[in-house]
Design a protein around this ligand. Structure first.
Ligand SMILES: Cc1cc2nc3c(=O)[nH]c(=O)nc-3n(C[C@H](O)[C@H](O)[C@H](O)COP(=O)(O)O)c2cc1C
Ligand SMILES: [Fe+2]
Ligand SMILES: [Fe+2]
Length: 411
C-alpha cells in the first residue's frame, strides 16, 4: 500500500489559496539519476478568485489518483477555469491529462510556446487544444486578479516560467526556489526546519539545474530588476517549503549556489582508495589542511564506502577549493572517481582551485587524466602530485607543499 503523505492546506483567505502537496517518500532516484533518501515533495496550488478557479501545476503522473482525490476535496475538477503550466517536466505535469479529461477540457491552459510544444509531445494534441501561449512579461486578468507571466529559461527547462500575482505579490516559482527533502512544515516559519532543509536545496540545485547554473544568476537578476522579489509576500515553489516569513531568503540562497559563493574554510576532499595507498596520502593532505585552519569535508570510495554522487555534487558550490585523490585503474581513473568527476564537471563546474593527488603501481595515468579534465573546465589547476606505490617521505613533503600552495591560492 502506498503510504505517501498528502497535505491540503489553506494558505490565504483572500484570495482563497490552497497548497496541494504530496510527500514522495517512495522515490529513490530523482530523474532516475540522483539518490535522494531524503525524498521530495510535489507542490501544486489552487486559487479561487472571483468567478475563476486557477490551478498552478499538478503532481508526478504516478500520483494522479491521489492528486484528483485531494483536488476534489476543494473543487469539482469541472469547475477549474485556468491551469497555469509553469514547466512541463512530468513531476509537475504528469497528472494533467487525466485531470483535463475530468475537466472535460474546459480549462484554459497558460504557458510558454515551448511548454505547449512539450505538452503536445508528451500527451498528444487534445491536451493543448485550449492553450494560451504567453509572451515574457504578459499580464492576464483572471477573476479579479492580474497575473504576470515571466519566462525564466533553463530554470529548469527552456519551457519554464513563473507567475506573479500583481495584487497579492505572490510568486509561483515551480522548480526555481525548490529543493529536495520532505520538510515537516509547509512554510519557513520554523528556523530548525529551514536549517535542515537548505542543504537539500543546494543538492537539488546542483543535480537538477547545475548544468545551467549561470542561468540561475541571470534569471534572479532579471526578477530583481523587475522589483518583484524584494516586495513578495510569498514564494510558492513546486518542491519543498513555501517562503513567507522571509521570502527573499530562498532566492538569495539560489544566487549563492549559482555563483558558487564559498563557506569560509570549507575544502572538499574526494578520493578513491582500493588498498590504502591514496588514502595514506589523503590523510597527510587532510592533516595539513587542518593545520592551516581549514575544514575538510571528506568523501571517499573504498571497499566499505560508496557515497552518493548527488551528495558530493551538493558540496561543491560552497567549497573554497577541491582536493581530488585518484588511483590509476587499468590505465585510467578509478571507475567510481571517473563517474564522480564526470558529474562534477557537468553539473558543478565552478572557478575553484583544485589539487590533484595520485598513486599508481606501474605507470601513473589517472592524475594526468584528471589534470586534462580540470584544465578544460572552469576549475583552476593548482598542482598534481602523482607518485608510485607507498608514500615516501619525499612524497609526503611534496604533498604538504602542494597543500600550502592550494591554501595560498587566492583563498
Ligand atoms: C584493478 C586494478 C587495476 C590497476 N591498474 C593500474 C594501471 O593501469 N596502472 C598502474 O600504474 N597501476 C594500476 N593499478 C595499481 C594501483 O594504481 C596502485 O596500486 C595504487 O597505489 C592504488 O592505490 P589505492 O590502494 O589507494 O587504490 C591497478 C590496481 C588495481 C587493483
Ligand atoms: Fe524540472
Ligand atoms: Fe520539478
Amino acid at each position: 500500500m502506498c503510504m505517501v503523505k498528502v497535505w491540503v492546506e489553506k494558505l490565504l483567505d483572500e484570495p482563497e489559496l490552497y497548497i496541494l502537496r504530496l510527500d514522495d517518500s517512495e522515490i529513490k532516484h530523482f530523474e532516475a539519476a540522483w539518490s535522494i533518501p531524503e525524498g521530495i515533495t510535489y507542490n501544486a496550488y489552487l486559487m479561487k478568485v472571483g468567478d475563476a478557479v486557477v490551478l498552478f501545476d499538478t503532481w508526478k503522473g504516478e500520483y494522479t489518483e491521489k492528486f484528483l482525490e485531494s483536488l476534489s476535496t476543494l473543487v469539482d475538477p469541472k469547475e477549474i477555469t485556468h491551469i497555469i503550466v509553469h514547466h512541463t517536466e512530468p513531476d509537475h505535469s504528469g497528472a494533467l491529462p487525466k485531470l483535463l479529461e475530468l475537466n472535460e477540457y474546459r480549462a484554459k491552459l497558460i504557458g510558454t510556446t515551448f511548454a505547449k510544444n512539450l505538452l503536445q509531445g508528451f500527451y498528444g494534441d487534445k491536451v493543448v487544444e485550449n492553450f494560451h501561449t504567453i509572451k515574457d512579461g504578459e499580464e492576464v486578468k483572471i477573476g479579479n486578479r492580474t497575473f504576470r507571466f515571466i519566462t525564466v529559461p533553463w530554470l529548469h527547462w527552456p519551457d519554464t516560467m513563473i507567475t506573479y500575482d500583481v495584487e497579492d505579490k505572490l510568486i509561483f516559482s515551480c522548480d526555481a526556489g525548490g529543493g529536495y527533502g520532505i520538510p515537516e512544515a509547509i512554510d519557513d516559519s520554523d528556523e530548525d526546519v529551514v536549517k535542515k532543509y537548505l542543504p537539500y536545496v543546494t543538492k537539488y540545485i546542483v543535480t537538477v539545474i547545475g548544468h545551467y547554473h549561470k542561468y540561475i544568476v541571470q534569471n534572479i537578476k532579471k526578477l530583481k530588476e523587475l522589483g518583484i522579489i524584494e516586495n513578495a509576500n510569498m514564494i510558492l515553489p513546486g518542491h519543498g517549503l513555501i517562503w513567507r516569513k522571509s521570502p527573499t531568503r530562498i532566492f538569495e540562497h539560489y544566487e549563492r549556489v549559482g555563483a558558487g559563493i564559498p563557506t569560509k574554510d570549507k575544502v572538499l576532499v574526494i578520493y578513491d582508495s582500493m588498498y590504502g595507498f591514496v588514502e595514506k596520502r589523503m590523510s597527510v593532505v587532510i592533516e595539513e589542511l587542518k593545520r592551516y585552519g581549514k575544514k575538510p569535508v571528506v568523501y571517499r570510495f573504498t571497499d566499505k564506502e560508496n557515497p552518493a554522487i548527488s551528495d558530493i555534487l551538493g558540496e561543491v558550490p560552497d567549497s573554497e577549493a577541491l582536493v581530488i585523490g585518484v588511483s590509476t585503474y587499468e590505465a585510467d581513473i578509478h571507475p567510481r572517481m571517473r563517474c564522480a568527476l564526470y558529474e562534477i564537471l557537468d553539473k558543478a563546474n565552478y572557478e575553484k582551485p583544485v589539487l590533484i593527488v595520485g598513486a599508481f603501481g606501474w605507470g601513473g595515468v589517472a592524475g594526468k587524466k584528471v589534470e586534462t579534465l580540470i584544465s578544460r573546465s572552469k576549475f583552476e589547476l593548482v598542482d598534481v602530485v602523482e607518485t608510485k606505490g607507498r608514500m615516501t617521505s619525499e612524497d609526503e613533503e611534496r604533498l604538504r607543499e602542494a597543500v600550502r600552495k592550494l591554501i595560498q591560492w587566492q583563498l
